[in-house]
Design a protein. Structure first.
Length: 153
């Protein structure tokens, strides 16, 4: 039986929510150690899960996040939301604090746009990708690549 028919028959996959995480609409992203960072939506936190799916940390954002992406080493997490994207940084005592990272405005079609995005991703070089998405009104439908310092690349 092919994948489509198995899914149509209700066989195969089941969706399970992340324990302690409610209302988010993105699955999250993982760091190099296998920890997965999930925006928990209505609770305004990021749940951090180990490879077995156990909740090992929570990052209090104070705002709703639409997506999050950790740095490769897990020392920082980039946050996309309905406002200006920002970075949370792990402190030496294990707590998290909002960092100074500020993505620059970008040019498109002769106009300047403030940094924004509802989705975020990182790569192994430390670059950050912000996408505003075609599902949001009044957006440029772009993906903008930023360096770790916030410069548009």
């Amino acid at each position: 039986m092919g994948t489509s028919s198995a899914l149509a028959a209700g066989v195969g996959y089941t969706a399970q929510p992340w324990a302690g995480c409610e209302g988010g609409f993105n699955a999250g992203s993982s760091d190099a150690s296998g920890r997965t960072y999930v925006p928990c939506g209505t609770s305004s936190v990021v749940g951090v899960y180990d490879a077995s799916g156990a909740l090992v940390d929570q990052i209090d954002l104070g705002v709703f996040a639409t997506d999050v992406a950790p740095t490769r080493d897990g020392s920082a997490v980039y946050v996309a939301n309905y406002g200006r994207p920002f970075r949370m940084e792990r402190q030496s005592d294990g707590t998290w604090r909002k960092g100074a990272w500020s993505p620059a405005a970008y040019q498109l079609g002769g106009q300047q746009y403030a940094a924004g995005g509802l989705s975020v991703a990182t790569d192994a070089a430390g670059n950050v990708y912000l996408a505003d998405g075609a599902w949001a009104p009044n957006q440029t439908n772009t993906v903008v690549k930023y360096g770790p310092d916030g410069r548009v690349l």
